[in-house]
Design a protein around this ligand. Structure first.
Ligand code: SAH
Length: 351
């Protein structure tokens, strides 16, 4: 059993079942989620005997950083982590004026197939557990020695395709007995799995939901995102309205600008028309090129004109700063890697 994915009440139940005092569960929980202990051995206020028992019974999820790359442009750091079964995932640490932000992966690979995204090129290997999502943040906190204040689930994977683990992860991350990150500082990005958006709305979490829209007509969206064959834009907008109704949280639209594909004045007018009734925020992302595809960024003047057009009707429009592009750490540039060799100097070769 994966002890770090258990909620405090579940851990207390476990301890009761094994005739351990329930306050011991609280101590173990605090070591794992507040003090970010790397092993049971660090839990020095537990007896050696209890630590031994815990070691026998439970898996203690820990990620090993195989590689850390730092951007020369903006100080963004990209981490390559090894999971217990040898799979690897990437996470990104970004420094903003308002605090440190971590972008985590939710799956090993992805099966959504968005045309412009590198994370999906090799398909899906498996879901991440709640503890593997948490550990990306814990390990980065241990390594950088700095507190993380914002978490975005925008790395590799479709978080709503790993729904139960995602919700568990958010509960643990924002629990007052753990790192206690504010739910308002957590953003989950989805390509638009409509039934899951309704389910998430009903959880009534105070997180931000970001919808990867990228096109304003179903026809155009289908060319970029296969998921558009399943759910129409109309259905997406209804789900967004429901999310706002249930949570009071403003939705965020992500719109990657692809030169000559979705960046015309007409696209901007249609996007404004979709966004206006929802009172949402629009985040424009100049598409990051990936070598397997020939999508190009709109030029800077076009991006600015697109933004100006939107702003005639919408107040909240931003252009996302491209952090960590030189280390392939920007949106859509994380990929499913395979570790091929550990070299003599401790570095890792990845393909
Ligand atoms: N699966 C989720 C989260 C991961 S992607 C989702 O689809 O939302 C995070 C954001 O980066 C999404 O909006 C995604 O569409 C966008 N993205 C993917 N590839 C990109 C690229 N090459 N350039 C810019 N944005 C990209």
């Amino acid at each position: 059993m994966d002890i770090k994915s258990l909620r405090l009440v579940e851990l207390e139940e476990e301890f009761k079942l094994h005739n351990e005092k329930s306050f011991r569960a609280g101590q173990v929980y605090q070591w794992m989620h507040e003090k970010l202990a790397e092993s049971f051995d660090e839990m020095t206020n537990l007896s050696k005997e209890l630590r031994g028992k815990l070691k026998e019974k439970y898996v203690y999820t820990r990620l090993k950083a195989l590689q850390v790359q730092e951007s020369k442009i903006d100080g963004t750091k990209k981490f390559l982590f090894e999971l217990g079964d040898g799979n690897v995932v990437e996470s990104v640490w970004m420094q903003y004026k308002h605090g440190n932000s971590v972008c985590i992966s939710s799956q090993v690979g992805c099966r959504m197939g968005c045309k412009f995204c590198a994370s999906t090129l090799d398909g899906l290997e498996r879901n991440l557990t709640a503890s593997e999502m948490l550990e990306q943040i814990y390990a980065i906190t241990r390594i950088t020695g700095e507190r993380v204040s914002n978490v975005v689930v925008m790395g590799t994977g479709e978080p709503l395709d790993n729904y139960d683990n995602l919700v568990r992860f958010i509960e643990l991350l924002t629990d007052e007995n753990g790192l206690h990150i504010s739910q308002r500082n957590v953003t989950v990005s989805t390509c638009g799995l409509v039934p899951r958006m309704y389910e998430l709305a009903d959880e009534k979490l105070q997180i931000t939901l970001a919808l990867s829209l990228h096109a304003t007509t179903d026809e155009k969206r289908k060319k970029l995102m296969p998921i558009a064959n399943r759910y129409s834009i109309k259905e997406l907008m209804e789900a967004c309205a429901y999310y706002f109704k249930q949570t009071g949280r403003r939705i965020s639209f992500e719109y990657s600008l692809v030169g000559g594909v979705n960046d015309t004045d007409q696209d901007a007018a249609e996007l404004a028309a979709l966004a206006k009734p929802l009172n949402c925020h629009i985040n424009l992302i100049p598409v990051n090129p990936i070598k397997e595809r020939d999508f190009v960024q709109s030029d800077l003047r076009r991006i600015q004109a697109f933004k100006n057009n939107l702003e005639k009707n919408i107040n909240n429009v931003t252009i996302r700063r491209e952090m960590g592009r030189d280390i392939d750490g920007a949106c859509g540039q994380l990929r499913r890697k395979h570790v091929t060799a550990i070299s003599d100097n401790g570095g890792t070769d990845c393909v």
